[in-house]
Design a protein around this ligand. Structure first.
Ligand SMILES: *Cc1c(COP(=O)(O)O)cnc(C)c1O
Length: 498
C-alpha cells in the first residue's frame, strides 16, 4: 500500500507520518496538515452496499493513516464505534420530502462531532505510543458548542491526556452549555470566554504559536494537541460516513451503484463538507457539494464572488455551531485549489490575518466549481423546520434546518433532481427551544426541560440519554476569562510554575 505523508499548507513542514500529524494537530508555521495526495478507494463501489459502518471506516481510514497497522486501526475503530451509539448502523439515513437525511447524531453527545471525536482519543493515544511520547498530551479546544462536549466525552479520564475547552459565553444553547459545565473526569476543564467563537479559536491558535510557552510546557512534561477540526485525525474519520451513506442508498435500492449524488452540508468551520469533498476525490460519485451557511454567510459570498471577507458583523443565530467568520478548514480547499502551492496559500492566509480578506484567482475558482454556496436566514430556517414537520412529522434541528432550506432553494434555482444526502448534524433535542419555537411559535420563558418533554410528545422520538443525564447533573466548571487571559488560564489549570 502507498505510504501517505503529510505536509503543512504553508510549506514549513513536510514528510510527517499520519500519527505525527495527528499528535501535533496544527503545524508550527500556522498551517494545516494535508496528505500529499488524496488516495483512491480500492473497494469497488458495488461492494459498499454490503459493508458495515466499521468495515467502511476501515477501508477509508487505512488509505490515509498508512503508518497505523491493520490491528491498531481496527482496534481504534471497534472501540470508537460501539454501543455508545444508539443505533446499530452508527449513523442512520431517513428519507423525507424527497431528500435523504444522514443522521450523524447517534453518538454520546448527540451531534455529528461524535463521529470523529469518539475515535480521535484512540488515534491519538496510539500515535503517542508509536512515537514514544513521554509527555502528557494537553488537548486545547475552542468550541462553538458541540466540539467541546464531544471532545471531553472522548478524552475524559483517558490516561496520559488532559483536555481544556474554551467556549463563547452566551454563544451556545442552554443544552450545549449544561452538557459542558457538568462534564465529569479529573482531566477535564471548561472555560467560558468573554468573546465569540472566532476569539476562542484565534486565542487557541495563538497559544499553539507561542514557542516560549511551548518550551515552558515541555519543561514541565506537557505537549499541546488539538481536537478541533483542523486536526487531520478529525477529518479522516468523517470521510467514512459519506462513503457508507452511498452504500446504504445502493443497498436500499434508492440509487444504482455508480449513480451520482449531491451532498448538502450545514457548514461552519468547513470540516464536514471538506470530508465530503475528500470522499469525492477518492472516487465516490458525488456531483455537487452544497455548502449551506446561516446569516454568517462568509462562505456563500466566497463561492459567489471569489473574495473571502471576514470584515462584517458576527451574528448570533439559532444555529450557533455555524456562527463562524474564520472558517479554518477552507484553508485546505484553498491550498488544493492553488495546485498544492503552499506559497500561494500562505500569501492569502497572511492577507486574511493582516487585512481581513483575500481573493482567489480565476483558476482557483475553476477548481472549486464542485461547490455551490447557499444560505438561509433565521426566518427561512424556521419556516423549513416547520414545513418538514407539518408535511412529514420529521423534526430536524436548527443546523440541519439551514441545510434543508438551502437545498430547497438550490433545487428551485437549478432544477437539479440528483438524489441528495443532507448531513443532519445534531439532534433536535440539543436545540429544543429553537425548534419548538419554529414549529409552534414563541415559547415564552418556559423551562428548557419542559420544552424538551413537549418535543418528545410531538415528535414521538425518545429523549436521548445525553439530555436525560444533564437534567439534574451538578455544575462542575465555573471558570470564565477574558480572551487575553487564555494562556494564563491554561498554565493555571495545568498547575505550572511560571
Ligand atoms: C460543528 C457543527 C456544524 C459545522 O460543521 P463544520 O465541520 O465546522 O463545518 C454544523 N452543525 C452542527 C450541529 C455542528 O456541531
Amino acid at each position: 500500500m502507498m505510504n501517505v505523508t503529510y505536509e503543512s499548507t504553508r510549506g514549513g513542514e513536510k514528510g510527517l507520518t499520519a500519527s505525527q500529524a495527528i499528535l501535533k494537530g496544527l503545524a508550527e508555521d500556522g498551517g494545516l496538515y494535508m496528505p500529499v495526495s488524496i488516495p483512491k478507494l480500492d473497494v469497488p463501489l458495488s461492494r459498499l452496499a454490503g459493508m458495515s459502518y466499521q468495515e467502511t471506516a476501515y477501508e477509508v481510514m487505512k488509505l490515509f493513516l498508512t503508518d497505523y497497522t491493520e490491528e491498531e486501526l481496527k482496534n481504534c475503530i471497534n472501540r470508537a464505534y460501539d454501543s455508545k451509539f444508539d443505533t446499530e448502523g452508527i449513523v442512520s439515513l431517513k428519507k423525507a420530502s424527497g431528500a435523504y437525511y444522514l443522521e450523524l447524531f447517534h453518538g454520546s453527545t448527540i451531534a455529528f462531532k461524535d463521529m470523529a471525536l469518539s475515535i480521535l482519543p484512540y488515534l491519538m493515544t496510539t500515535a503517542a505510543r508509536k512515537n514514544h511520547v513521554e509527555n502528557e498530551i494537553v488537548i486545547l479546544t475552542a468550541t462553538s458548542g458541540d466540539t467541546g462536549k464531544a471532545a471531553m466525552a472522548g478524552f475524559a479520564d483517558v490516561p496520559g491526556t488532559r483536555i481544556i475547552v474554551f467556549y463563547p459565553k452566551g454563544g451556545v444553547s442552554r443544552v450545549q452549555e449544561l452538557q459542558m459545565v457538568t462534564q465529569k473526569g479529573g482531566n477535564t476543564a471548561v472555560v467560558a470566554i468573554h468573546g465569540n467563537f472566532d476569539d476562542a479559536q484565534t486565542g487557541v491558535k495563538k497559544i499553539f504559536g507561542d514557542r516560549g510557552f511551548g518550551a515552558q510546557l515541555a519543561a514541565q512534561g506537557f505537549q499541546l494537541s488539538s481536537a478541533n477540526s483542523i486536526n487531520i485525525g478529525r477529518l479522516v474519520p468523517q470521510v467514512a460516513y459519506y462513503v457508507y451513506a452511498y452504500g446504504r442508498l445502493v443497498r436500499d435500492g434508492e440509487i444504482q451503484s455508480g449513480d451520482p449524488i449531491n451532498i448538502t452540508v450545514p457548514t461552519g468551520n468547513f470540516g464536514n463538507i471538506l470530508a465530503a469533498y475528500f470522499a469525492k476525490q477518492m472516487g465516490l460519485p458525488v456531483k455537487t457539494l452544497i455548502c449551506a451557511s446561516n446569516d454568517n454567510k462568509v462562505l456563500y459570498d466566497f463561492f459567489r464572488t471569489g473574495t473571502y471577507d471576514k470584515k462584517r458583523e458576527f451574528v448570533l443565530t439559532s444555529s450557533p455551531s455555524m456562527d463562524i467568520l474564520i472558517s479554518s478548514n477552507l484553508e485546505r480547499l484553498v491550498y488544493l485549489s492553488a495546485g498544492s502551492d503552499a506559497n500561494v496559500n500562505k500569501r492569502l492566509m497572511e492577507s486574511l490575518k493582516d487585512t481581513g480578506a483575500y481573493e482567489a484567482t480565476e483558476e482557483m475558482r475553476k477548481r472549486m466549481e464542485d461547490f455551490h454556496g447557499g444560505y438561509a436566514t433565521e426566518a427561512e430556517n424556521a419556516a423549513e423546520i416547520k414545513r418538514l414537520f407539518d408535511e412529514t412529522g420529521y423534526m430536524i434541528d436548527t443546523h440541519t434546518g439551514v441545510a434543508s432550506a438551502v437545498y430547497q432553494k438550490y433545487v428551485a434555482k437549478t432544477g437539479d433532481k440528483t438524489p441528495t444526502v443532507i448531513a443532519s448534524t445534531a439532534s433536535p433535542y440539543k436545540f429544543s427551544h429553537s425548534v419548538m419555537e419554529a414549529v409552534f411559535g414563541n415559547q415564552g420563558d418556559k423551562d428548557e426541560f419542559a420544552i424538551i418533554d413537549e418535543l418528545c410528545k410531538v415528535s414521538g422520538v425518545a429523549v436521548p440519554h445525553a439530555v436525560e443525564e444533564i437534567r439534574d447533573a451538578q455544575v462542575r466548571h465555573k471558570r470564565e476569562c477574558s480572551v487575553d487571559a487564555m494562556e494564563n488560564v491554561v498554565a493555571e489549570i495545568l498547575g505550572m510554575a511560571r
